[in-house]
Write a protein that binds this ligand. Structure first.
Ligand SMILES: Cc1ncc(COP(=O)(O)O)c(C=O)c1O
Length: 393
């Protein structure tokens, strides 16, 4: 019998266990909502990206069901063959109107939108200038493009400028930042980076995954918040977080979108969304326009919860968004904090290296518009109890 060629994986997994970093997947046995059941335990859920509670919003649910009844469960093809349905086109028109751009192309996920776009646009002769904390999908897209990647320290605009100064004037360069950084919850330096892109003639790209539905008028994102409309060539958003369903999109010029129709590999080689997903996303846009008070509630909850954590003495970093990290340092301590919170009825995921730096392990919390005051207070009480028990506060 041949030796198991994947035998080395056991050693890798054992090493994770030794370091206290081995994670079992938590299983959700109910709907994705503010208070729900994971692993047979009812918990206050501070781990989803369901910022506005749209995963269970009645309008989205009904429209998804209606689309399934009238259009079936699948699109049956990639977009470029037979899988472009009228409902996909309607979603793209609606998103372009929402983002105030000429056109939008929807991908299967935010990951596919970022990776597919960066890889399609750039070649080995090009350069990507990227914030060190940009999302993995941007990094993977850059790797696939074979462009030279030059990384500046987090939000270090002067560092980005130094890199750009060192490049030949004719160099095709993509300057790229997250709008909201997913592990720290702080905002990209959009106005300053847009000015740099203009000065050095770069393509300016913003990944606004965590900002869509959260920042700007009716949740238009950080481009709207900072009023840099027309100065960002490529905006990426996701439909998987505040929008409550699934997908990603690229908003920009008509030429950009048509180019991506021809060159973005996830668009060309992977089947498009089922009609129910497109219908739910269109319904999410309606909710954002008709019920903007949901976004106000998200921010009220965010302010209350952040103030509570800071008041207890936790290190919440530099967050400016509903993502509030509780930074504890060691990976094993973050996992212990997360596990003890879970036993106390609060689900806040522990995050360690390589997702964040080795000495910056944390429990990440995300409140939603649909948490009640009582649920947030319950969570704060659990943080206080476990934080003291583990000597963190
Ligand atoms: C900053 C950022 N960009 C992109 C993505 C990918 O989005 P999606 O989950 O829709 O693939 C995520 C989500 O994990 C993210 O946090």
């Amino acid at each position: 019998m041949r030796a198991d060629p994947l035998g080395f994986l056991d050693a890798e997994l054992e090493a994770l266990k030794q370091q206290g970093l081995y994670r079992r997947l938590r299983v959700l046995e109910d709907e994705q909502k503010a208070k729900t059941t994971f692993d047979h335990r009812q918990v206050v859920n501070l781990s989803s990206n369901n910022y506005l509670g749209l995963t269970t919003h009645p309008t989205l649910r009904e429209r998804a069901l209606e689309a399934t009844r009238t259009l079936g469960v699948g699109s049956g093809s990639v977009r470029t063959i037979a899988g472009t349905m009228e409902i996909h086109m309607e979603l793209e028109r609606r998103l372009a109107e929402f983002k105030k751009t000429e056109a939008v192309v929807v991908f299967q996920s935010g990951f596919a939108a970022n990776a597919g776009t960066v890889a399609a646009l750039l070649t080995k002769d090009d350069v990507v200038v990227s914030d060190e904390l940009n999302h993995a999908s941007i990094i993977d897209g850059a790797r696939l493009s074979r462009a030279t990647v030059k990384v500046f320290s987090h939000k270090d605009v002067d560092g980005a400028r130094r890199i750009l100064r060192g490049l030949p004037a004719s160099q095709r360069t993509l300057l790229i930042t997250d709008g909201v950084f997913s592990m720290d919850g702080d905002l990209g330096a959009l106005p300053e980076l847009c000015a740099l892109a203009e000065e050095f003639g770069c393509i300016m790209m913003v990944d606004d995954a965590h900002a869509s539905g959260v920042f700007g008028k009716n949740g238009r994102g950080t481009i709207d918040l900072f009023n840099v409309h027309g100065r960002v060539d490529i905006q990426v958003g996701t439909l998987s977080k505040a929008f409550g369903a699934l997908g990603g999109y690229v908003a920009g010029s008509r030429a950009l979108v048509e180019f991506l129709y021809h060159r973005a590999r996830p668009f060309l080689f992977s089947t498009s969304h089922p009609p129910a997903v497109a219908a739910a996303c269109i319904a999410a846009l309606d909710v954002l326009m008709e019920e903007p008070q949901i976004i106000d509630r998200l921010w009220e909850n965010t302010r209350l919860f952040k103030a509570g954590l800071v008041g207890l003495g936790f290190n919440t970093g530099l967050s400016e968004s509903p993502i509030t990290p509780v930074i504890v340092g060691e990976g094993a301590l973050a996992m212990k904090l997360s596990d003890r919170l879970f036993e106390e009825g609060v689900f806040a995921q522990g995050i360690a290296f390589p997702t964040v730096a080795r000495d910056k392990a944390r429990v990440r919390t995300i409140v939603t518009a649909t948490h009640t005051r009582e649920e947030l207070q319950f969570a704060l009480d659990a943080f206080a109890k476990v934080g003291r028990e583990l000597g963190i506060i």
